[in-house]
Design a protein around this ligand. Structure first.
Ligand code: GLU
Length: 264
């Protein structure tokens, strides 16, 4: 990042459950970082998973953040931007950086098992990578079920994490990744890249459970010619036995603590 850019961070919850204690902590770090740098704090609701996203969870998240005093400067929902995501998916397809994949679930599973028995880390074998335009067109016309895959180049991706320092990732274990179910349904790693870039996010501060997504996102950023933001991956809140804080073991929703009489 060039130092002339104004700091802009985002908190990007998926409204698939109530505001979680761990997410609130991620939001807090982002908010404090924005304030400390006279920057902006964006609330982006990642509601592209239409089955699991619920308006009542979005309400709960907004209420929880407001109660905590974590006010936002900008707000938008990812689902409002599907036209923009589509444009960038088409760009990748047009430049030969992504392709339609028609492999069936059972074929993929058989490939996976074959690799495992050979002692290899399973990854997509690239079956549809070199389908001709004609063949692809025919199968799309026939209505064959498909996904969109991004061509992953085998290389080393390196980035300097604000918290964890230098991180290096070998993409050869990855295989071509699925970036969308179809042109109108992008998946997380793709939508996040387009939104972070167009929204001029300078620092991506999020839970460390996302660290393996970061090299994938950097690959897509590079392919689209976007600037790569600075990343900071926060350690997660754990139970005393070091297991992940989960709602099966502890109350994790902010609303619960509010009801129990805790102060923000
Ligand atoms: N929607 C993702 C989540 O809820 C956001 C991850 C990110 O900050 O990129 O975990």
């Amino acid at each position: 990042m060039t130092s002339t850019k104004k700091v802009k961070v985002r908190f990007a919850p998926s409204p698939t459950g109530p505001l979680h204690l761990g997410s609130a902590r991620t939001a807090l770090f982002n908010w404090v970082f924005a304030k400390a740098n006279k920057g902006k704090f964006v609330l982006r609701v990642e509601d592209t998973d239409t089955e699991r996203s619920k308006p009542e969870f979005e309400e709960d998240i907004k209420e929880g953040l407001s109660w905590l005093g974590l006010t936002w400067d900008e707000y938008y929902k990812q689902s409002e931007r599907s036209g923009i995501h589509k444009e960038y998916l088409e760009k990748l397809l047009g430049e030969g950086k992504a392709y339609y994949c028609f492999c069936k679930k059972d074929e993929l599973e058989a490939q996976r098992q074959a690799m495992l028995t050979q002692g290899l880390a399973p990854k997509y074998a690239g079956t549809c990578r070199n389908l001709s335009e004609e063949e692809t067109g025919k199968r799309l016309d026939k209505g064959d079920p498909h996904v969109l895959r991004f061509k992953v180049a085998e290389m080393k991706i390196e980035f300097k994490d604000m918290i964890r320092g230098n991180i290096s990732f070998d993409t050869s274990i990855m295989g071509d990744m699925v970036v969308a179910r179809d042109l109108d349904n992008p998946l997380y790693n793709f939508a996040v890249v387009v939104d972070d870039a167009l929204n001029e996010i300078t620092h991506v501060i999020r839970g460390e459970d996302h660290i393996s997504n970061t090299p994938r996102q950097i690959l897509i950023m590079n392919a689209l010619g976007f600037d790569v933001p600075i990343f900071g991956h926060l350690p997660l809140i754990l139970n005393p036995d070091k297991s992940k804080l989960s709602k099966r073991k502890n109350p994790t929703s902010i609303a619960y603590y509010q009801r129990m009489g805790f102060f923000p």
